[in-house]
Design a protein around this ligand. Structure first.
Ligand SMILES: *Cc1c(COP(=O)(O)O)cnc(C)c1O
Length: 442
């Protein structure tokens, strides 16, 4: 199996190179050149499989050019060491809880798989991963890579501009994960990383790679939990559900569409967004108009130009008509989101985070449109409500306890390297790591 670029101008590469390169050299995103349809016997016995069983079967066609079975096994076992239950919300609504990983969001699936993949690929060479983060992605990467042995991670984050919880996760991972606290904005962080990648001198002296969300190594594992959701669904019922996905950069839903290509039996995917509705608008009008993102309470979905749209277009042969056959798009305001959190808590005693609440709202809207109150829906739950305590607690009027692992993390000592947004400083830090301006400030 090879990976080709959505811009179609780069040479196809094998899995390891697709991961190491991150982006294809024509600027496009890597996609598999084919999607293996899993055999009928697999789907027939789906309910017998665990997440790691599914991962081994579904991923091996993509990795087998580079990895033997033992490597894939090791990566999967280390990456997916947390649960992902399908919870019943009411007679026809199910919530796939993707937030039981170390940073309480679905990004743990992709970040952990990529981390352990890098660790295996690195072998004896030293790979340095550079990540600019505005919070969430960085914390998933930090926690994912902390047990990796052969890779060093430099996380750049804007000082004072991430939440306390995110900062703790960024700065306490330890091991080969170093948090660099930039006295500037997220854009400054991103600019420093981009400069490093385009610096020939630096690239000659060290192997640089990135772990951002466009890496195919983060995307492929996101197809697994759709299949695992169906495996659990089969224990409850035998019909074909619709899947509602809270979406921003469209990486999560693209994972679902890959699962669809591999044969997952679902009716339709719903792309549920906040007021950053460029994709629902595209589905409706057939014209894509990227915009500046607007701030909302579901801020992980505040995206005005979703990076994975190019992949979705590729999957549907660039035809909006084809997309419309499998995809619905709906968007909701913050007020509606808060209303949904309140309603579900009062009626069903279940606490939704703001992102999942949008997935819930979209499921209601789709049922209404189809005029089928009993249409079965699985909502992909992207984050634990404790992660958004500040928003959720006042709505439900109760406090949400932090899961134990996070409680632990909050108590650890922050370790960061403070730096001005100067490329000269950043480069000399990367090249000469002797003076570690490690500061601890609590
Ligand atoms: C990243 C994120 C999303 C959006 O996922 P995409 O893959 O960017 O569409 C939704 N909810 C939460 C909690 C997230 O962290």
């Amino acid at each position: 199996m090879k990976f080709i670029s959505t811009n179609k101008k780069s040479e196809p590469v094998a899995f390891n190179d697709a991961i190491l390169n991150g982006l294809a050299d024509d600027g496009g995103l890597y996609v598999p050149n084919m999607f293996p349809v899993l055999p009928e016997s697999f789907w027939k016995h789906l309910s017998d499989y665990s997440l790691t069983d599914i991962a081994k079967i579904a991923l091996s066609p993509y990795t087998s050019d580079n990895w033997d079975e033992d490597i894939l096994d090791a990566v999967i076992t280390r990456a997916f060491n947390f649960k992902a239950p399908l919870v019943t919300l009411d007679d026809h609504t199910y919530v796939m809880e993707l937030f039981h990983g170390p940073t309480l969001a679905f990004k743990d699936f992709g970040a952990r798989f990529l981390a352990h993949s890098f660790d295996k690929i690195a072998g004896d060479q030293k790979i340095t991963i550079l990540v600019a983060t505005s919070g969430d992605t960085g914390s998933a990467v930090a926690q994912g890579f902390k047990d990796a042995k052969h890779v060093t991670v430099k996380l750049l984050y804007p000082s004072g501009k991430v939440s306390k919880l995110q900062e703790q996760q960024l700065t306490t991972a330890g091991g080969n994960v170093k948090a660099i606290e930039i006295n500037g904005t997220f854009d400054d962080c991103q600019h420093l990383v981009k400069q490093a990648f385009s610096d020939p001198e630096l690239r000659e002296k060290m192997v640089l790679s990135s772990a951002n969300s466009i890496n195919i190594g983060r995307l492929l594992p996101q197809s697994l939990y759709y299949i695992y959701a169906l495996a659990q669904y089969r224990k409850k019922r035998n019909d074909v559900p619709v899947i509602s996905v809270p979406s921003g950069n469209m990486g999560n839903v693209t994972g679902g569409l890959i699962a669809m290509k591999m044969g997952i039996p679902v009716q339709n995917f719903i792309i549920a967004t906040n007021i950053n509705d460029v994709v629902p608008e595209y589905l409706e009008k057939g014209i894509f108009t990227p915009r500046k993102s607007q701030r909302t309470i579901s801020n992980a979905m505040d995206v005005g130009n979703p990076s994975n749209l190019a992949r979705i277009q590729h999957l549907f042969d660039d035809s909006v008509e084809q997309m419309r056959r499998s995809l619905q798009g709906y968007s909701f305001t913050d007020e509606e989101t808060k209303g949904a959190i309140r309603e579900v808590f009062e009626k069903k005693g279940y606490v939704l985070d703001p992102h999942t609440a949008i997935g819930y709202l979209a499921s209601l809207k789709y049922r209404k449109k189809m005029d089928r109150k009993e249409l079965p829906v699985i909502i992909m739950s992207t984050a634990h409500p404790a992660k958004f305590k500040d928003i959720v607690e006042p709505i439900i009027g109760e406090s949400i306890p932090l899961p134990a692992a996070l409680e632990q993390c909050m108590k650890k000592e922050k370790r960061s390297i403070k730096m001005e947004p100067s490329y000269k400083d950043f480069k000399s830090y990367l090249l000469d790591q002797k003076p570690e301006y490690e500061t601890t400030n609590r």
